[in-house]
Design a protein around this ligand. Structure first.
Ligand code: SAM
Length: 278
């Protein structure tokens, strides 16, 4: 059977007797128009190995397989979906492999590079909400990050990833993401777009890791500075950064010590991180 001859996603779920499980964070996208749009926003994907975390019934997977991506490597924790995903793999010969496992425990980037060592790797996923942030940080700080990441988050998390100085959602996550990547919200989705609908709204964020990323040691120093500064975000830097060197450190970075963390952009935080390094 070819991809376009497959039964609808709802029919596939019914045929396999599958219902969403809360414990796995399952909220499915069953409208192929929506998943195709996400894949268009993720592009260009030509010739790339695409990692998908949590394919579930395979709505996003189908759209990825319809694209000009080289192939898809999907990792799914809930074994109930494997027979359904096997049917999808049959409909796209040689282009879909599925690992049964936990994306927090498996190095999916390494697995994708083993599939086609010369091809760029991108990640496209409608993630379970509880693992989205740790996975994003792991992928962005990896020694060889993916070419791009197009990921579904709950709306508040998407705002914390893309916030600018002065915005309420601005904090450690925004500084880290700005330092390591260019990030933008490319699509917003209401809860009713999912089956079953979650309690929150969602948004798709596309991130493109920067070529000129700071070395890992500087990123660790940055995390220490932002941890201290945003840990007491209402205080002036001279007091929130006291334990890391206070006024002397801030002067070395050329920053006004009476400012608060929320007013400092990523470049200034990097200068503080540089000043902190031996
Ligand atoms: N991609 C599908 C879609 O858009 O309809 C399903 C999205 S649903 C929000 C999240 C999926 O991730 C589920 O299929 C769930 O079983 C799977 N999942 C949850 N935790 C996981 C983990 N730690 N590693 C891999 N998959 C996981």
């Amino acid at each position: 059977m070819s991809l376009d001859a497959l039964p609808s996603l709802r029919e596939s779920l019914d045929a396999h007797g599958l219902l969403a499980r809360k414990s796995f964070g399952q909220h499915f996208l069953l409208d192929l128009n929506v998943t195709r749009k996400i894949v268009r926003l993720a592009g260009p994907l030509a010739g790339q190995v695409i990692v998908e975390v949590g394919p579930g019934p395979g709505g996003l997977t189908r759209a990825l397989l319809e694209s000009d991506a080289l192939c898809v490597l999907a990792i799914e924790k809930d074994a109930r979906f494997l027979p359904l995903l096997a049917e999808l793999a049959e409909a796209a010969p040689g282009r879909l492999s599925v690992i049964e496992g936990d994306a927090l425990a498996v190095d999916v980037l390494a697995a994708a590079r083993a599939v086609a060592p010369e091809a760029p790797v991108s990640i496209v996923a409608n993630l379970p909400y509880n693992v989205g942030t740790p996975l994003l940080i792991a992928w962005l700080t990896a020694p060889a990050p993916p070419a791009s990441l197009t990921l579904m988050f709950q709306k508040e998390v998407a705002e914390r990833i893309t916030a600018a100085p002065g915005e309420e959602a601005y904090g450690r996550l925004a500084v880290l993401c700005e330092t390591l990547a260019r990030a933008e919200v490319v699509m917003s989705l209401p809860a009713r777009a999912f089956t079953p609908p979650p309690k929150v709204e969602s948004a798709v964020v596309r991130l493109v890791p920067r070529q000129d990323r700071p070395p890992a040691a500087l990123v660790s120093a940055l995390e220490r500075v932002t941890g201290a500064a945003f840990g007491q975000r209402r205080k002036m830097l001279r007091s929130s950064l006291k334990s890391l060197g206070g006024e002397a450190l801030i002067a070395q970075a050329g920053i006004d010590p009476s400012l608060r963390a929320e007013a400092i952009d990523g470049t200034a935080f990097l200068r503080l991180a540089q000043a902190l390094q031996p």
